[in-house]
Ligand binder design. Structure first.
Ligand SMILES: Cc1cc2nc3c(=O)[nH]c(=O)nc-3n(C[C@H](O)[C@H](O)[C@H](O)COP(=O)(O)OP(=O)(O)OC[C@H]3O[C@@H](n4cnc5c(N)ncnc54)[C@H](O)[C@@H]3O)c2cc1C
Length: 432
């Protein structure tokens, strides 16, 4: 291998994708530089916070015991929220505790931990530095530029998140249209641990994740979430950017509206605002994470490559970031061993992805983004469910009716049509 490089691999971005990739490469004995523009890894990052963390078992076998995780999610609640009612599907299952399936995390704690693991494995971590450009020679990417400095390497890994400047500079991706993006606004509300456990009916290190659809977004495509941490709650909304713009609503107003909702406010009452932030996320991950993620000497991973998946039931990005990072590290290692950084060698990453859960899940849920565009999900169905149940439980001394005629009359009153119901049910079955 030529001597004129500063590092074997330069990873740009110290989020989940970048740290996992850098760690994996350093463990394999390579010289790795991890560059992060934030003053500290994690300082610029934001996730709702449920990490489906089994993917990390092969990287950090004791991840759940050593990493700063908050709670193990054993309850998942799907909540249809109307302005004065809600209908919840509440699923608790101890099987989700062992093996640990998903944990809540706070990125301000998790990312510094991941970065410290990288350092221990021998990665040179350089925080507070923004990469401004890529170095290219003879059609191959050979390093990065940060201000006046040029740093050379055999492989550049772009892990610089949803707005990936590097992927755009390399011509891998164009600037995303608003229809591919959503904006997330999130608060972390501190509560005494006993208060939180009483209110959310959780105990020990178990936790609950709410996925909320309906009034929290006031008709805008998207949803709300509430995730329990040890002694705080991560709560917020994710809103499709084009729909938000068309509705002329403000994301922070919708966030505040959700937190003040009569079904939500009592859960947070008296809490202390610990964190507040907003961040873009990708909505059309399956379409974006196509197969153009490589150039000679360059690999694009995590959000930078479009790896997120929102099905309405779950929001996933961190596990896909880790999965793509592992695939990229394997391909980069093979390229370093062979001294071959050509397009074909870099495409080893795509072959690794193809054999992983990342590509498989993106394919399985390819219809989810289209399904979530249906406005009836945000305005019609939650109220219909509440109306059907109202007919069951509201004993107003009129003669009782069986469930099916009651439901049909609620359907008629809702303005929804039975053919829409059937079509949407079929679309849901195919998408989710
Ligand atoms: C509101 C919201 C809720 C979410 N909820 C969940 C959830 O519950 N579960 C889940 O799994 N996923 C969730 N996601 C998605 C998840 O946050 C992302 O998929 C994940 O963070 C992607 O990790 P990443 O490492 O690819 O990118 P990031 O975490 O964004 O990291 C990119 C890093 O690159 C750095 N960087 C950028 N440009 C440069 C540069 N030029 N030079 C140097 N450094 C640079 C940034 O500072 C950042 O640290 C959510 C996202 C949002 C917005």
């Amino acid at each position: 291998m030529s001597e004129d490089v500063d590092f074997d691999v330069i990873v740009v971005g110290g989020g989940v994708a970048g740290t996992v990739c850098a760690y994996r490469l350093a463990e394999a004995g390579h010289e790795v530089l991890l560059i992060e523009r934030g003053a500290e890894p994690g300082s610029k990052n934001l996730s709702g916070g449920v990490f489906y963390c089994r993917v990390l078992a092969e990287v950090f076998p004791d991840f759940v015991d050593r990493a700063p995780v908050e709670r193990r999610i054993t309850r998942n609640v799907l909540s249809f929220l109307n302005d004065d009612s809600h209908v919840n599907v509440d699923y608790w299952d101890t099987r989700l505790a062992d093996p640990v399936n998903a944990v809540t995390v706070l990125r301000a704690k998790l990312d510094p931990w991941l970065s410290a693991e990288c350092e221990q494995a021998g990665v040179v971590v350089m925080p507070g530095v923004r990469v401004d450009g890529l170095l290219q020679e003879d059609g191959r990417f050979v390093g990065v530029r940060a201000g006046e400095d040029e740093l050379r390497c055999h492989v550049v890994v772009a892990a610089d998140g949803v707005n990936s400047f590097l992927a755009q500079a390399a011509g891998v991706r164009a600037k995303e249209p608003p229809g591919h993006l959503a904006v997330g606004v999130k608060s972390v509300i501190g509560l005494p641990r006993t208060v939180l456990e009483d209110r959310f009916r959780v105990s020990g290190d178990e936790g609950v994740a709410y996925a909320v659809v309906g009034d929290c977004t006031q008709g805008v495509a998207g949803g709300g979430f509430l995730y329990t941490n040890l002694d705080s709650v991560s709560v917020g909304v994710v809103l499709r950017l084009d729909d938000l713009q068309a509705a002329g609503l403000s994301s922070s107003d919708l966030h505040d509206h959700f937190l003040a909702h009569p079904a939500v406010e009592p859960l947070l009452r008296g809490g202390e605002l610990l964190e507040y932030g907003c961040h873009l996320t990708i909505e059309d991950g399956p379409a974006m994470a196509a197969h153009d993620l490589t150039r000679p000497g360059l690999l694009v991973i995590g959000d930078a490559g479009g790896f997120t998946l929102n099905t309405g039931l779950t929001i996933r990005g961190m596990d896909l970031a880790a999965g793509s990072a592992i695939a990229a590290a394997t391909a980069a290692s093979a390229a370093l061993a062979a001294g071959d950084f050509s397009q074909q060698a870099m495409d080893g990453y795509l072959r690794e992805l193809e054999g992983s859960f990342v590509s498989a899940d993106l394919r399985t849920y390819a219809r989810a983004p289209g399904f979530l565009e249906n406005p009836r999900l945000y305005t019609g169905y939650g109220q219909l469910l509440a109306d059907v149940l109202h007919g069951v439980y509201d004993h107003d001394l009129t003669p009782r009716r069986h469930l099916v005629p009651g439901a049909l009359s609620a359907l008629k009153a809702s303005g929804l049509r039975i053919d829409q119901l059937v079509r949407d049910g079929w679309a849901a079955a195919r998408a989710l």
